[in-house]
Design a protein around this ligand. Structure first.
Ligand SMILES: [Fe+2]
Length: 249
């Protein structure tokens, strides 16, 4: 089972540019148009720039988004790995939250299947990353969520976006990670001096999570772009630490 985690597309209506600079339309067209040709199932979780009502109006007909209790969280059953998508949005704010209601929902869903490998995906990271200015707009109540996760043993990963960089951390008795954006990246700034975050045009990317019973969940970071190669590994006799290919006499 393969899961491509595509995050922080920053899609804007045609002709509008994000942050006066990033033409995310040119990179990704408009969301429905881009996702339409994909042959695999596509599941969305809302991010801080999304409006629940509009997302539901556009994608509710796909069936997995329910919105019964006001949140766009859901589980995806029937695969080797169970997927749980969380809605961390706090309308009008950059930060997210796992409030008591959403935590209770998550706890209830986890209790349904304690033996199936499970992947949780959510927009805002509920753990610290060291990107001080970005951490201000993390998912709040992360400590409570970590407590909930520690009580179960079948969470393979908690995968997030929002910070526009590849980040990995041990958290909540599992592995937390953040995938890079398919648009712009957040500058790697680990100095806790209160300076505002900024963005760079480092190459876009995504995470490919590959599940097999033998290996468990293995995550590959994939850089998007056109690069030279692939080239074969042709070794010469002097290459240190390698077996030299015998030369024909
Ligand atoms: Fe975000």
């Amino acid at each position: 089972m393969m899961i491509a985690q595509i995050t922080d597309l920053h899609v804007r209506p045609r002709g509008k540019v994000a942050y006066e600079r990033v033409d995310t339309n040119a990179m990704l067209q408009v969301l429905r148009d881009i996702l339409e040709p994909l042959s695999m199932p596509v599941y969305l979780v809302p991010g801080n720039h999304d409006r629940r009502a509009e997302l539901f109006a556009e994608f509710g007909s796909d069936g997995y988004l329910k919105n019964d209790d006001g949140f766009l969280h859901y589980t995806i059953e029937g695969h080797e790995m169970r997927l749980i998508g969380l809605d961390t949005v706090v309308p009008g704010h950059g930060h997210g939250e796992m409030c008591a209601q959403r935590l209770a929902w998550l706890e209830g869903r986890l209790a349904e299947r304690l033996d199936q490998p499970t992947l949780i995906f959510m927009h805002h990271p509920p753990f610290s990353t060291g990107l001080a200015d970005m951490d201000r707009i993390n998912c709040r109540n992360g400590a409570s969520m970590a407590g909930v996760l520690r009580r179960v043993g079948n969470i393979e990963r908690v995968v997030c976006g929002h910070h526009h960089r590849a980040i990995t951390v041990r958290w909540g008795g599992t592995i937390g990670s953040v995938a890079p954006s398919t648009a712009h990246q957040v500058t790697l700034d680990l100095v806790p001096d209160g300076s505002p975050s900024s963005f760079t045009m480092e190459p876009p990317g995504f995470h490919l999570h590959v599940w097999s019973k033998e290996a468990g969940l293995v995550t590959h970071g994939v850089t998007i772009g056109k690069f030279d190669g692939p080239f074969p590994f042709i070794l010469d006799a002097e290459y240190p630490g390698q077996m030299a290919t015998p030369k024909a006499a």
